[in-house]
Design a protein around this ligand. Structure first.
Ligand SMILES: N[C@@H](Cc1c[nH]c[nH+]1)C(=O)O
Length: 366
């Protein structure tokens, strides 16, 4: 019986005190950061028709979905793996007539059918901002700056951004470097596999693997392959002073629907580097019901790893009120910002409290 109660499916967990509170405090801090830059909150549902989740972005959603059946209608439904596609739906339908650029923010759980490479979690708290109507350098700079500000307010330091160019390989494969097997080339580049790039038609793509690393070194190399793109990335980097920028033109992992530029965010907590990316985003297209496509860009941040790193802990002190403490005393302490824990019987202990009320004042527990 205990086993049945204790075990959750792999990739799912309970959050206990104080981590559960930390998660919601951190989510609040991040969404407040988006709100400070004019991004207004929307709240789409956890479950939708699968087509509703997948069809509003210019390219299909990757990854495995959790599916369920609507017990009322028998229809197949899917649990959202990402909120960006839902915001695209809202922008293309209910807010189609709203003035552009449209700034929307969101926060909530997302469910992944398969865990990522670096973490076993399949339920994640995603929060983010989407800018609908533009995907130029200024738009990406605003999103990255907004994310950096929000993460800094949450306690992350040493932020860096890895810029990637999801459309580039397919564009080069159209002209000037045609290949007979584009998926094969993409797999070779994904694996950064020099051996597989020995085939003659793939050889030019080795230069792309070399055009990676610190922006100052990589952008001049990328300029020899894609001068316009390199100039746009340089303009973007110039709008992000104080943020370390690296370039990885062949990185596609997790960027299924992104277009000319995408990015991953990395950072430190208490001087230690976080083990994986904190968030990512980039340019993409919103597909409207009439078939037209609208430019957009956005960023999503993931709260769970930040909680695990110890951020978001509540500063509120807990005080134990022995039996018989006056009602007004408790009310005053709460008004002063304390969390009060009222003894309900003479046996109750001050376990878990930082202070005890001695009848006159708060005494720190030794
Ligand atoms: N939702 C994407 C990132 C993104 C937001 N907007 C555009 N892209 C992700 O989590 O990977």
């Amino acid at each position: 019986m205990t086993d049945r109660v204790a075990l959750l499916p792999s990739g799912f967990r309970d959050r206990l005190p104080p981590a559960a509170e930390a998660a919601s405090a951190l989510t609040r801090t991040l969404v407040d950061g988006f709100a400070a830059r004019g991004y207004e909150r929307v709240s789409p549902p956890l479950v939708e028709h699968e087509a509703g989740l997948a069809s509003w972005l210019g390219k299909p959603l990757g990854g495995a979905l959790f599916r369920t059946t609507d017990p009322t209608t028998g229809e197949g439904l899917a649990l959202r793996p990402d909120i960006t596609g839902q915001v695209a739906r809202i922008a293309a339908t209910r807010l189609a007539a709203a003035p552009r650029p449209l700034r929307l923010a969101y926060a909530g759980p997302v469910l992944r059918g398969r865990a990522g490479q670096l973490s076993p979690e399949r339920e994640l708290t995603q929060t983010g901002a989407e800018l609908i109507g533009t995907d130029d350098v200024a738009a990406l700079a605003e999103l990255i700056t907004t994310a950096v500000e929000a993460l800094t307010a949450a306690g992350v330091s040493g932020l860096s951004v890895d810029l990637t160019t999801p459309d580039l390989v397919a564009e080069l494969a159209a002209v000037p470097w045609p290949v007979s097997d584009l998926p094969g080339l993409l797999a070779a580049l994904d694996g950064k596999d020099w051996g597989l790039l020995e085939i003659r038609e793939r050889a030019p793509y080795r230069a792309l693997l070399e055009a990676a690393g610190e922006a100052a070194n990589a952008l001049p190399l990328l300029a020899k392959i894609a001068p316009d793109l390199s100039a746009r990335l340089a303009a973007l980097a110039a709008l992000l002073p104080g943020v370390r920028i690296t370039i990885d033109p062949t990185e596609r992992h997790g960027f299924e629907y992104h277009s000319w530029c995408a990015f991953s965010l990395f950072g430190h907590v208490n001087g230690q580097p976080l083990r994986a990316e904190i968030g990512r985003g980039g340019a993409y297209r919103v597909r409207h019901p009439d078939g037209t496509e609208e430019r957009a860009a956005g960023v999503s941040l993931y709260v769970d790893m930040l909680v695990d790193a110890g951020l978001g802990a509540s500063a509120r002190r807990r005080i134990f009120l022995p039996e018989g403490t006056l009602t007004e005393t408790g009310a005053q302490l709460r008004a002063d910002g304390w969390a009060t824990v009222q003894a309900l019987s003479p046996d109750d202990s001050a376990e878990g409290c930082s202070h005890v009320w001695n009848g006159r004042e708060a005494v720190a527990k030794g």
